[in-house]
Design a protein around this ligand. Structure first.
Ligand code: ADP
Length: 429
């Protein structure tokens, strides 16, 4: 330990000098005076060293410290070593920062750091281009004052950053930006901004295409089903010989009608979320009427379809969409449960959720299919399912409707034993 070694040497030297000077002083019977003089000299010497230190550290720009004997020399040396290390660390840090700056400048994605209150602390070149920001003006500003799109304000207020948000750029409304926010410590958030204009346009073209095709198919289909209705062998006995193909045509036209309806509904759900049309829905009434329809659909299968209501809660939602989602689940249960099977529909609540549960003791689904079940046109057994009259879009619609209502679909199923489709609606606080 340099400290104790140097302190001891300093102390011993001082004591030795004081002793010798005291001895000499005692020869003149003035030991105390001699010691006081020498201590005063020591104090002056220390003050001189202190002033040299002050001058070197704060006034002169000299790199090397002044030389001094004893403990002061060691102090100068230690401070110099520390300063050298500090300079080295600073150099290293500067080169890391400039490397980081170069790499973020090369990034195509905009990157930005904001505080918890939304104040902009740093952004790269791409962010400044995509959002039209200027470092001289916008650093320190609140991002939410610069990005005033209502969707962004809502996204920020909800503080649910699970999914990125797509909004037009404030600098150029033709540019579509995907914005994702990741909090990475208590007071900082990383904002990543991507230009998704091309993807957005492709997606819009796809949605418009599906919506337009489905819409265009409706007219010819209405004409075909209309004529098929007229060609009823019961009214027109001449058609008895072709009654079977006519029936098949009628059935297929009906299936096609359902497919067109489902495609239209999905394309509507795909486009922008608009919760304006939402109102409080009495789920008991809704499920009651769906159960009645399910009993009619079950017909000769004579399944037991039971509705268990455990709550009178209402949900703020689109009635049409909820009806579509719940009937898809209940009608699927009817379709995939054999005759005399049992289907239970529950309306209940937990501390955090309202839950609609559709449980059957039917065919069940192999676990390997569960992750893909809500994909469009995904069928466990394509041939068999199509013959049951499904469009292959039912569960995709359920998933979308639930997402649209911030709810979640959970599926549990055991092959040969039955399935349970649960819709979890978070309770609003
Ligand atoms: P589909 O129109 O073919 O019924 P869905 O999207 O509604 O399409 O369902 C996807 C697949 O999930 C179905 O083809 C079927 O194999 C399976 N499925 C859905 N509900 C059930 C159920 N209650 N029991 C067993 N299988 C089911």
């Amino acid at each position: 330990m340099w400290k104790s070694r140097y302190w001891q040497a300093e102390l011993w030297t001082l004591l030795f000098i004081a002793f010798v000077v005291g001895l000499i002083g005692s020869l003149f019977s003035k030991a105390a005076l001699f010691i006081a003089v020498i201590l005063f000299g020591y104090l002056v010497w220390n003050l001189i060293q202190l002033s040299r230190l002050f001058h070197w550290a704060f006034i002169s720009k000299a790199i090397y410290p002044p030389s001094a004997p004893g403990i002061w020399g060691e102090l100068f040396n230690q401070l110099y070593q520390r300063q050298r290390k500090h300079r080295k660390d600073l150099k290293k840090l500067n080169s890391i920062i400039s490397e980081f700056r170069d790499s973020t400048r090369a990034l195509k994605e905009g990157a930005m750091i904001i505080s918890n209150l939304g104040e902009i602390r740093w952004f790269n070149k791409a962010a400044s281009k995509l959002l039209g920001l200027k470092p001289s003006l916008d650093l320190g500003q609140r991002l939410f004052n610069l990005l005033r799109h209502p969707d962004f304000i809502e996204y920020e207020a909800a503080r649910d950053y699970g999914k990125p948000l797509t909004i037009p750029s404030p600098a150029n409304s033709e540019l579509m930006l995907s914005i994702s926010i990741t909090p990475y410590n208590e007071d900082q958030r990383l904002v990543i901004i991507r230009d998704v204009t091309e993807k957005f346009h492709l997606e819009t073209v796809r949605q418009d295409f599906v919506a337009n095709v489905s819409h265009e198919l409706r007219t010819p289909l209405t004409v075909i089903t209309g004529y098929l209705e007229m060609l009823d062998p019961e009214i027109n006995p001449n058609l008895n010989s072709v009654s079977k193909p006519l029936n098949m045509m009628r059935q297929q036209a009906l299936n096609m009608g359902h497919l067109v309806d489902d495609l239209l509904l999905l394309s509507k759900l795909d486009s922008k979320v608009d919760t304006n049309g939402h109102k409080a829905i009495d789920i008991n009434l809704l499920l009651d009427s769906i159960c009645a329809e399910a009993r009619a659909l079950s017909g000769e299968k004579e399944q037991q379809i039971l509705f268990h209501s455990h709550t009178n809660a209402m949900i703020q939602a689109s009635e049409k969409q909820l009806r579509s989602a719940f009937s898809n689940l209940v009608f699927n249960a009817v379709r995939y449960t054999p005759a005399k099977g049992r289907i239970d529909i529950y309306w209940q609540e937990s501390d955090s959720h309202h839950i609609v549960k559709v449980q059957d003791n039917g065919a069940g689904i192999d676990a390997k299919h569960l992750p893909r079940l809500t994909e469009r046109f995904y069928r466990v057994d394509p041939g068999r399912n199509r013959s049951q009259g499904g469009t292959g879009l039912g569960l995709a619609i359920v998933k979308h409707v639930l997402e649209y209502h911030n709810a979640e679909l959970r599926i549990e199923s055991t092959l040969g034993k039955g399935s349970c489709f649960c819709c979890y609606f978070p309770k609003t606080k």
